[in-house]
Write a protein that binds this ligand. Structure first.
Ligand code: PEP
Ligand code: MG
Length: 541
């Protein structure tokens, strides 16, 4: 048995035969004869690729929905890009062979994307690579797409979104690629399609064709030629996972309550509109955390008020009246957005200008976001939540900006709706001052990811200090208890929206504290609902 480690990109496990994708040319169909110039050859390939992308968009629309299908529209735009195809055309005009011209233009653009500072933009280099490859394939007479004849784990150096979407879903057991990151579109599409995937194994998979393997999308491993014991173990895991899915499916549409008879809502953590569609599929009872920083990341300037309004309005619409808690921009630290946070590196970014601190430094950002949110609240059930609050003075300033947003909407004659404004409790200072903060806000939401890192002074990304947070330290428990006790006295609700909210081992503790909302990754919703329904406890607050 050989164990190949990669990056987990889409969860779940499967056992099956590997089908390694090889891309060989069919010289008979090479796009060469009958063309007067290399530029003409290139234009013909671009035209053919453009028509392919139209068909792919239609196919993706049916399989994964509009938001994910948009990648093919973006690819189409790339086919018109001056720096890419325009540059290739300039080179073929000088007589360079179309394939070489494309490679040269693509390489320049790929280098530019790789130099960008967000992981998302860096991953776009793979899109350029995929388009260039497809154009070269057309020039070389290769057909696009991969044909599967039996259920297979598809292995490739990399898969373009086009190849991924064209695969027969009934025959794809999983994906494993030599390159790619969890932010690559193939990984995103795999998650949307619910197919296990491992990316970036950093070794050739050519020798694995036809071999039996286990693909573990949770741990990011490919186990080639598994021995009997390992196969047995995974057969059992797969059977258990199926049983669990069937059991949890029975909880769809059910509601959970605490021992005082109050409703306990299991809501979703999302990062964009696609995620909301996914959350609805998992039977969420609203969204407890919409991380809006992702809306600011895939671009060179902040989204306008109008763009944000459309997104928040559409989010609320998808949730059919259930509450959508939108967190205001949490940029900084590991979520750098260079056009806002600048390139100058802070010595301690997690302790620097992050989240609300950035928004108070650049208040127009928060004002625009509040205006969009208040407008969306006129037509949907929207609440706002402020990240990284440390002191009451920050809440006062945020409230002033919120009031300014309402007043300016009045002046502009734009409709706005009443909206709850809550804060995240994710610094020890906020937990300690919870009694002072509670009267100033409509709700608390405990961000355990940061609350833990700041309480035990251990970087949440650094595995070497993870021992300080597992098992959950008493210091963090006390912060959570202080927060819940202050909230109960003031009569405001508490949600837990960090990763710990999905940990069934902590459900009882949260219910004892009086937490009435848990916001978790969509696939965890039913499991957490099960834990809430099964918990036996008595309330502290
Ligand atoms: C948290 O800190 O627990 C949280 C939910 O916020 P984020 O993970 O986005 O920092
Ligand atoms: Mg946080």
């Amino acid at each position: 048995m050989t164990v190949i480690q990669g990056t987990p990109a889409s969860g779940g496990y499967v056992l099956g035969k590997i089908r390694t994708v090889s891309r060989t040319a069919d010289p008979g169909r090479e796009l060469r004869n009958g063309f007067i110039s290399e530029t003409e050859r290139l234009d013909h390939a671009v035209d053919k690729a453009s028509r392919e992308l139209d068909r792919l968009y239609e196919s993706a629309l049916k399989k994964v929905g509009e938001n994910s299908a948009q990648i093919f529209e973006i690819h189409k735009m790339m086919l018109e890009d001056e720096d890419f195809i325009g540059e290739a055309r300039r080179l073929t005009d000088t007589g360079m062979e179309a394939e070489n011209a494309l490679r040269s233009a693509a390489d320049n653009l790929i280098a530019a994307f790789r130099a960008m500072d967000t992981e998302y933009m860096q991953a776009r280099a793979a899109d350029v690579e995929g388009i260039a490859r497809r154009l070269c394939e057309i020039l070389e007479g290769k057909s696009g797409g991969i044909t599967l004849t039996e259920p297979s784990i598809v292995a490739a150096d990399d898969l373009t979104p086009a190849e991924t979407i064209l695969l027969d879903r009934n025959l794809v057991l999983g994906f494993v690629t030599e390159r790619g990151s969890e932010m690559s579109h193939t990984a995103i599409l795999a998650r949307m399609m619910g197919i296990p995937a491992v990316v970036g194994v950093r070794r050739s998979l050519a020798d694995c064709d036809g071999v039996t393997a286990i693909l573990d999308g949770d741990s990011g491993r490919l186990l080639v030629n598994p021995d009997e014991a390992m196969s047995g173990e995974y057969h059992q895991r797969i059977r258990k996972a199926k049983e669990e899915t069937a059991r949890l499916d029975l909880l769809r549409g059910r509601k959970s309550y605490n021992s005082a008879g109050e409703r306990v809502r299991i809501t979703a953590n999302v990062g964009d509109l696609d995620d909301i569609g996914e959350a609805v599929k998992w039977d969420c009872e609203g969204v407890g955390l919409f991380r809006t920083e992702f809306l600011f990341m895939r671009r060179s300037k902040p989204p306008t008020e109008e763009e944000q309004y459309e997104i928040y309005r559409s989010a609320a619409e998808q949730l059919n009246g259930e509450e959508c808690v939108v967190r205001t921009l949490d940029a900084g630290a590991d979520k750098r957005i260079s056009y806002l946070t600048g390139d100058a590196s802070e010595a301690n970014p997690a302790l620097g200008i992050r989240a609300v601190r950035l928004c108070l430094k650049m208040p127009e950002l928060l004002l625009t976001q509040f205006r969009a949110l208040y407008r969306a609240a006129a037509v949907g059930n929207i609440s706002a939540m402020i990240p990284m609050i440390t002191l009451p003075s920050e809440v006062e300033r945020v409230r002033e900006i919120a009031a300014e947003a309402r007043a300016s909407l009045d002046r502009d004659g734009l409709k706005w709706g009443r909206m709850k404004v809550g804060i995240m409790i994710e610094t020890p200072s906020a937990a300690i001052l919870a009694d002072l903060l509670a009267p100033m806000v409509d709700f608390f939401s405990i961000g355990t990811n940061d609350l833990i890192q700041y309480t035990v002074a251990a970087d949440r990304e650094n595995p070497d200090v993870a021992y300080l947070s597992t098992p959950l330290p008493e210091s963090v428990r006390r912060c959570i208890k202080m927060t819940c006790s202050a909230a109960r006295r003031e009569g405001i609700p508490v949600c837990v929206c960090g990763e710990l909210g999905a940990d069934a081992a902590q459900t009882r503790f949260f219910l004892e504290c009086g937490v009435t909302k848990l916001s978790v990754a969509p696939p965890k919703i039913l499991k957490v609902r099960e834990a809430v329904m099964a918990a036996k406890y008595s309330r502290m607050y």
